[in-house]
Ligand binder design. Structure first.
Ligand SMILES: [Zn+2]
Length: 288
């Protein structure tokens, strides 16, 4: 099976009261780690690609080919969607051309009217090709690829306006932020989340900044309609900690321990285990 869009996996998650994990690719090791994690646990998965990763890994077409060829090579049989994470207008268009099965167009930096116009156009292109579309209302706090935004809560009426454009999933700020959460973080705003779901006719909701949100808040968010949760930072930290440990223990100085494959193997395994841990929390194990 090749790439699929996110429609069916999210509909099943919504009906089954669990969430599908969206894990960001950073390098070749992460492609391998996430695909193996999903296959071994029979879990559907969404692989996310930021603009920074797209540049680093050779562009959208290269990444789409790499993921599809890896799926064939590793005999992956669970549903895998390849998704643009926080795509600018230009990035979204490039990924549509490049063979991605799902797109996030992040128009949150535009006013609501321009966000609506641009989202409409992206939706019309994607409908023809069977590509699912995620839109965002209300900038999500923290930093992602250099773009800073303060945590804010989306206006449920603006969410309703965007949801009505034919998108497949909606990301809305509810106090969540990208990267590490500060010690004085106030938590997710579940009243706003409930109001958004109420006004958006049951559309699958997306929670960004899933790294470091307490488990009970994740579960409550799923209860209120979240069925896609984005995780990046925790997997990156798992990779880097395992790599640091390998070097600190002097393993790179023994035998063939200096080869890049040996050096990166513990990080790959740690990424895979962190991914499985998150999928277990989201309830998606065995749902493929
Ligand atoms: Zn995000």
């Amino acid at each position: 099976m090749g790439l699929v869009n996110a429609k069916e996996m999210l509909a099943k998650a919504k009906a089954g009261h669990y969430a599908v994990g969206h894990f960001n690719l950073n390098n070749m090791e992460s492609v391998r780690a996430f695909l193996l994690a999903a296959e071994e646990t029979r879990s559907p998965i969404i692989l996310g690609v930021s603009g920074g990763t797209a540049k680093y890994m050779g562009g959208y077409k290269t990444i789409a080919h790499m993921v599809e060829d890896f799926m064939e090579f590793l005999k992956i049989t669970v549903p895998v969607a390849l998704h643009v994470d926080h795509g600018t207008y230009e990035e979204a268009l490039a990924a549509i051309e490049g063979g991605f099965s799902s797109i996030m167009f992040d128009g949150s930096k535009y006013g609501i009217e321009e966000n609506v116009e641009k989202t409409k156009y992206i939706v019309s292109l994607c409908k023809e090709k069977g590509i699912t579309v995620e839109a965002e209302v209300g900038a999500i706090g923290g930093e992602e690829d250099g773009r800073m935004a303060m945590g804010e809560c989306a206006d449920p009426n603006e969410c309703a306006a965007i949801a009505a454009l034919g998108i497949d999933m909606l990301a809305a700020g509810i106090g969540n932020i990208h990267g590490k959460y500060p010690a004085d973080w106030k938590g997710l705003n579940f009243d706003v989340l409930a109001a958004i779901q109420d006004k958006t006719d049951g559309i699958p909701l997306v929670l960004h900044g899933g790294s470091g949100i307490p488990d009970d808040m994740i579960k409550q968010a799923i209860d209120l309609g979240v069925c896609k949760i984005n995780v990046n930072t925790e997997c990156q930290i798992a990779f880097t900690e395992a790599t640091r440990k390998y070097i600190e223990e002097g393993k790179d100085l023994k035998g063939k321990g200096f080869t890049p494959r040996a050096l990166l193997a513990p990080g790959l395994e740690a990424t895979k285990q962190k991914c499985i841990e998150k999928m277990a929390l989201f309830g998606s194990l065995g749902k493929a």
